[in-house]
Design a protein around this ligand. Sequence first.
Ligand SMILES: [Fe+2]
Length: 210
Amino acid sequence: MTNAQESQKRLLAATAALIGAAEMDPTLDLPDIGLATASLANRGPLLSGEPVCPPLVSELLDAVELPEIHHLQSMLLALRDAAPTLRWIDPYADRPDQAEFRAGYFATVLAGDPTRDASLTVGTEASIFITVQAPRILYPPHSHLAPELYCAVAGNAEWKKGDGPFELMPPDSWMVHSPWTSHAMQTRAEPLVALAIWTADRDCIISLDD
Ligand SMILES: [Fe+2]
Protein backbone atom coordinates (compact mmCIF):
# COMPACT_ATOMS: atom_id res chain seq x y z
CA MET A 1 0.00 0.00 0.00
CA THR A 2 1.33 3.45 -0.90
CA ASN A 3 1.75 6.35 1.49
CA ALA A 4 -1.18 8.08 -0.23
CA GLN A 5 -3.43 5.08 0.39
CA GLU A 6 -2.32 4.91 4.02
CA SER A 7 -3.27 8.59 4.43
CA GLN A 8 -6.61 8.00 2.75
CA LYS A 9 -7.38 5.02 4.98
CA ARG A 10 -6.59 7.09 8.07
CA LEU A 11 -8.93 9.83 6.81
CA LEU A 12 -11.75 7.35 6.24
CA ALA A 13 -11.19 5.86 9.71
CA ALA A 14 -11.20 9.32 11.32
CA THR A 15 -14.38 10.19 9.41
CA ALA A 16 -16.02 6.96 10.56
CA ALA A 17 -15.05 7.74 14.17
CA LEU A 18 -16.54 11.24 13.91
CA ILE A 19 -19.77 9.90 12.42
CA GLY A 20 -19.86 7.06 14.95
CA ALA A 21 -19.57 9.51 17.85
CA ALA A 22 -22.50 11.52 16.49
CA GLU A 23 -24.55 8.38 15.92
CA MET A 24 -24.04 7.35 19.55
CA ASP A 25 -25.02 10.79 20.89
CA PRO A 26 -28.71 10.60 21.89
CA THR A 27 -29.00 14.39 22.06
CA LEU A 28 -28.33 14.71 18.31
CA ASP A 29 -30.87 12.23 16.90
CA LEU A 30 -29.60 12.61 13.34
CA PRO A 31 -31.92 10.98 10.77
CA ASP A 32 -30.43 8.06 8.87
CA ILE A 33 -26.87 8.71 10.06
CA GLY A 34 -26.55 4.93 10.36
CA LEU A 35 -26.46 4.81 6.55
CA ALA A 36 -23.19 6.76 6.62
CA THR A 37 -21.71 4.37 9.16
CA ALA A 38 -22.80 1.43 7.01
CA SER A 39 -21.33 3.02 3.89
CA LEU A 40 -17.92 3.39 5.48
CA ALA A 41 -18.06 -0.09 7.01
CA ASN A 42 -19.03 -1.66 3.65
CA ARG A 43 -17.03 0.63 1.43
CA GLY A 44 -15.44 -0.49 -1.76
CA PRO A 45 -11.71 -0.41 -2.46
CA LEU A 46 -9.85 2.89 -2.65
CA LEU A 47 -10.27 4.13 -6.21
CA SER A 48 -7.19 5.27 -7.99
CA GLY A 49 -7.24 8.52 -9.89
CA GLU A 50 -5.04 11.51 -10.39
CA PRO A 51 -5.21 13.80 -7.36
CA VAL A 52 -6.35 17.36 -7.97
CA CYS A 53 -5.54 19.62 -5.03
CA PRO A 54 -5.39 23.39 -5.55
CA PRO A 55 -2.67 24.89 -3.29
CA LEU A 56 -5.32 26.99 -1.52
CA VAL A 57 -6.96 23.85 -0.11
CA SER A 58 -3.85 22.91 1.88
CA GLU A 59 -3.32 26.55 2.90
CA LEU A 60 -6.87 26.74 4.29
CA LEU A 61 -6.57 23.40 6.09
CA ASP A 62 -3.33 24.58 7.71
CA ALA A 63 -4.85 27.96 8.63
CA VAL A 64 -8.02 26.75 10.33
CA GLU A 65 -7.78 26.38 14.09
CA LEU A 66 -7.46 22.81 15.35
CA PRO A 67 -10.74 21.94 17.14
CA GLU A 68 -10.52 20.98 20.80
CA ILE A 69 -12.80 17.96 20.52
CA HIS A 70 -10.75 14.84 19.97
CA HIS A 71 -12.61 13.22 17.07
CA LEU A 72 -12.80 16.51 15.14
CA GLN A 73 -9.13 17.15 15.78
CA SER A 74 -8.22 13.68 14.52
CA MET A 75 -10.23 14.19 11.38
CA LEU A 76 -8.68 17.56 10.59
CA LEU A 77 -5.17 16.19 11.12
CA ALA A 78 -5.93 13.21 8.86
CA LEU A 79 -7.41 15.58 6.27
CA ARG A 80 -4.36 17.84 6.30
CA ASP A 81 -2.24 14.79 5.60
CA ALA A 82 -4.46 13.25 2.92
CA ALA A 83 -5.66 16.41 1.13
CA PRO A 84 -2.92 16.46 -1.54
CA THR A 85 -3.82 12.88 -2.53
CA LEU A 86 -7.54 13.60 -3.07
CA ARG A 87 -9.56 14.90 -6.02
CA TRP A 88 -10.93 18.32 -5.07
CA ILE A 89 -13.75 19.47 -7.30
CA ASP A 90 -15.46 22.73 -8.20
CA PRO A 91 -19.15 21.79 -7.91
CA TYR A 92 -20.25 24.99 -9.64
CA ALA A 93 -17.93 24.88 -12.64
CA ASP A 94 -20.96 25.63 -14.82
CA ARG A 95 -21.60 28.94 -13.04
CA PRO A 96 -19.19 31.60 -14.32
CA ASP A 97 -21.35 34.21 -12.58
CA GLN A 98 -20.28 32.70 -9.21
CA ALA A 99 -16.55 33.35 -9.67
CA GLU A 100 -15.96 34.89 -6.23
CA PHE A 101 -17.66 32.00 -4.41
CA ARG A 102 -16.01 29.35 -6.57
CA ALA A 103 -12.53 30.79 -5.97
CA GLY A 104 -12.94 30.03 -2.27
CA TYR A 105 -14.94 26.81 -2.20
CA PHE A 106 -13.71 23.25 -2.66
CA ALA A 107 -15.26 19.83 -2.18
CA THR A 108 -14.05 16.25 -2.29
CA VAL A 109 -16.13 13.08 -2.32
CA LEU A 110 -14.98 10.48 0.20
CA ALA A 111 -17.79 8.00 -0.45
CA GLY A 112 -19.70 8.62 -3.64
CA ASP A 113 -22.70 7.52 -5.58
CA PRO A 114 -21.34 5.10 -8.18
CA THR A 115 -23.26 6.95 -10.90
CA ARG A 116 -21.60 10.32 -10.43
CA ASP A 117 -18.50 12.28 -9.42
CA ALA A 118 -15.09 10.73 -9.03
CA SER A 119 -14.74 9.77 -5.40
CA LEU A 120 -12.27 8.12 -3.07
CA THR A 121 -14.53 5.11 -2.58
CA VAL A 122 -18.02 4.03 -3.57
CA GLY A 123 -20.49 4.61 -0.73
CA THR A 124 -23.03 1.83 -0.64
CA GLU A 125 -25.81 3.58 1.29
CA ALA A 126 -24.83 7.24 1.69
CA SER A 127 -22.59 9.80 0.04
CA ILE A 128 -20.02 11.58 2.19
CA PHE A 129 -18.29 14.81 1.20
CA ILE A 130 -15.77 17.19 2.72
CA THR A 131 -16.04 20.89 1.95
CA VAL A 132 -13.50 23.65 2.52
CA GLN A 133 -14.56 27.29 2.36
CA ALA A 134 -12.15 30.23 2.52
CA PRO A 135 -12.65 33.18 4.91
CA ARG A 136 -15.24 35.84 4.02
CA ILE A 137 -16.93 33.73 1.37
CA LEU A 138 -20.68 33.30 0.99
CA TYR A 139 -21.94 29.94 -0.21
CA PRO A 140 -25.22 31.33 -1.52
CA PRO A 141 -28.59 29.83 -0.56
CA HIS A 142 -29.15 26.55 -2.37
CA SER A 143 -31.25 23.42 -2.08
CA HIS A 144 -31.55 19.86 -3.32
CA LEU A 145 -33.74 16.79 -3.14
CA ALA A 146 -31.22 14.74 -1.15
CA PRO A 147 -31.72 14.89 2.63
CA GLU A 148 -28.49 16.15 4.16
CA LEU A 149 -26.58 16.06 7.43
CA TYR A 150 -23.74 18.53 7.97
CA CYS A 151 -21.09 18.70 10.67
CA ALA A 152 -18.93 21.79 11.22
CA VAL A 153 -15.54 20.09 11.69
CA ALA A 154 -13.35 23.19 12.07
CA GLY A 155 -13.89 26.93 11.87
CA ASN A 156 -16.63 29.15 13.25
CA ALA A 157 -18.93 30.14 10.39
CA GLU A 158 -22.49 31.38 10.06
CA TRP A 159 -25.10 28.96 8.79
CA LYS A 160 -28.59 29.78 7.51
CA LYS A 161 -31.49 27.37 7.07
CA GLY A 162 -34.79 28.18 5.36
CA ASP A 163 -36.04 31.66 6.20
CA GLY A 164 -34.02 31.78 9.44
CA PRO A 165 -31.13 34.17 10.15
CA PHE A 166 -27.46 33.41 9.73
CA GLU A 167 -26.29 31.88 13.03
CA LEU A 168 -22.78 31.18 14.28
CA MET A 169 -22.21 27.44 14.47
CA PRO A 170 -18.99 26.35 16.21
CA PRO A 171 -17.16 23.10 15.48
CA ASP A 172 -19.14 19.98 16.44
CA SER A 173 -22.45 21.60 15.43
CA TRP A 174 -24.66 19.35 13.30
CA MET A 175 -27.19 20.71 10.83
CA VAL A 176 -30.07 18.73 9.29
CA HIS A 177 -31.49 19.78 5.92
CA SER A 178 -34.63 17.96 4.79
CA PRO A 179 -35.30 17.74 1.02
CA TRP A 180 -35.42 21.14 -0.73
CA THR A 181 -34.70 23.11 2.45
CA SER A 182 -32.68 26.15 1.42
CA HIS A 183 -29.35 26.56 3.25
CA ALA A 184 -26.30 28.86 3.05
CA MET A 185 -22.95 29.35 4.78
CA GLN A 186 -21.06 32.58 5.36
CA THR A 187 -17.49 32.37 6.64
CA ARG A 188 -16.02 35.07 8.87
CA ALA A 189 -12.27 35.57 9.45
CA GLU A 190 -11.43 31.86 9.41
CA PRO A 191 -11.99 29.02 6.94
CA LEU A 192 -14.72 26.44 7.38
CA VAL A 193 -14.13 22.70 7.07
CA ALA A 194 -17.35 20.69 7.00
CA LEU A 195 -18.52 17.13 6.54
CA ALA A 196 -21.69 16.59 4.48
CA ILE A 197 -23.73 13.38 4.20
CA TRP A 198 -26.50 12.62 1.70
CA THR A 199 -28.67 9.70 2.77
CA ALA A 200 -31.05 9.34 -0.23
CA ASP A 201 -31.58 10.60 -3.80
CA ARG A 202 -27.82 10.85 -4.17
CA ASP A 203 -27.99 11.45 -7.91
CA CYS A 204 -29.86 14.75 -7.52
CA ILE A 205 -28.57 18.15 -8.60
CA ILE A 206 -27.97 21.20 -6.38
CA SER A 207 -29.83 24.39 -7.30
CA LEU A 208 -28.73 27.83 -6.23
CA ASP A 209 -31.80 29.77 -5.17
CA ASP A 210 -31.21 32.65 -7.61
FE1 LIG B 1 -26.56 20.97 0.83
